[in-house]
Ligand binder design. Structure first.
Ligand code: 1CP
Length: 337
């Protein structure tokens, strides 16, 4: 029985499935050790032995219900031939985009460029307990397009109007990204991924009038494709606030991941059935145990009669104490549903 799959596929399950976004990452000393010896992050993602080992690190420590492949959403621009580097204390830095090269790139070349990711999933699939889910992922077209055109994190600087000005370019690029994302996810599924998460991390910077065209429609196309492969899909359109409900009625993912600005009680009432994941502010994990316990229990109480996957409203922060994750999991496992 895979608890996460059963929960989001509307089947019978017990307790609460648990995993954490960025569960493999810098808060773990065993990750930092590998990272120190591998300063090139892209090469690390392309090292199938190390990336599969990193994916397993949190499962060795904690009672989790899923492994997520250690990779990055920006491996798609990389696979499309756009140079990529992760700079210390700065984040990703991408080279100029050559639109014609990207539009003309054959998907077999893309697959070849990122093939170690699929090999890592095959390794993981052999190594993990069959009761655990194996999560494959990708960024949504809009979020990838933002990084590809902005060439660095929108956190540093972003001018959305400038990005969306050339409608012709955007349309072509979104369509190409849609196709490549479907290919990338299909290859992950063939290699053993049995749940997919789609990250639209920068959906929140879109004005409402553009949400359908740049967020809902591209997400829907990918959701339909993954559903046709009989694999459940979790969507995370981070930062879209009250539009979460519209997103769900249009896109109909198997599960919706909520960020920490979303009122969990309210969304549960309005969603009527689609499984919900996450919500808790990762910053709360840096506070007192009593506050952590209270917050975790708030989510468990609200969702005691609803299909709910325990996770956070965004990734685990690098300065989280690894013991805190254990503490959270113990609180959840003590709860019978
Ligand atoms: O050691 C380091 O410096 C690496 C930090 C790191 C890690 C651990 C990056 C750089 N990426 C990752 C792995 C990663 N990224 C995973 C797999 C591991 C896991 O979840 O356990 C996943 C699913 C991602 C997804 C990802 N990458 C997203 C979507 C989720 C989100 O955070 O909104 C995004 C936006 C990225 C881009 C990215 N990767 C890394 C950085 C510093 C950034 C930029 C983030 C930003 O713009 O603020």
């Amino acid at each position: 029985m895979r608890r996460l799959n059963n929960c989001i596929e509307g089947k019978k399950y017990d307790g609460y499935p648990i995993w954490f976004m960025r569960q493999a990452g810098r808060y773990l000393p065993e990750f930092r050790k590998i990272r120190r010896n591998n300063p090139n992050f892209v090469n690390l993602c392309l090292n199938e032995n190390l990336s599969s080992e990193i994916s397993l690190q949190p499962l060795k420590r904690y009672d989790l219900d899923a492994a997520i492949i250690f990779s990055d959403i920006l491996m798609i621009p990389y696979g499309l031939g756009q140079g990529l580097e992760f700079k210390k204390n700065f984040g990703p830095k991408l080279n100029n985009l050559n639109l014609n090269n990207i539009l003309n790139l054959d998907k077999s070349v893309f697959i070849k460029n990122v093939n170690p990711i699929y090999n890592a999933i095959k390794i993981l699939n052999k190594k993990i307990n069959k009761k655990k889910s194996l999560i494959g992922f990708a960024g949504s077209p809009w979020t990838l397009l933002v990084y590809m055109l902005n060439k660095e994190s929108p956190k540093n600087n972003i001018n959305v109007n400038k990005i969306t000005k050339d409608k012709h370019l955007i349309k072509k690029l979104l369509k190409k990204l849609e196709e490549i994302i479907c290919t990338h996810l299909e290859k992950q599924i063939e290699s053993g991924a049995n749940v997919i998460q789609l990250f639209d991390s920068w959906a929140g910077i879109l004005p409402k009038k553009d949400l359908y065209e740049y967020c809902y429609i591209p997400n829907l196309k990918i959701v339909e494709y993954i559903k046709s492969k009989k694999v459940p899909i979790i969507c995370f359109p981070r930062g879209i606030g009250k539009n979460y409900i519209d997103f769900c009625s249009f896109v109909k993912p198997n599960c919706i991941s909520i960020d920490y600005d979303i009122n969990p009680k309210k969304i549960k009432k309005e969603l009527g059935g689609i499984a919900i994941q996450g919500g808790m502010d990762p910053k709360k994990l840096l506070l007192d145990k009593s506050i952590i316990k209270k917050t975790v229990e708030k989510y468990l109480d609200i969702f005691s009669d609803y299909p709910y996957v325990f996770n956070l409203g965004h990734g685990v922060l690098p300065n989280t104490n690894p013991e805190t994750i254990d503490y959270v999991i113990k609180i959840i496992r003590e709860r019978k549903k």
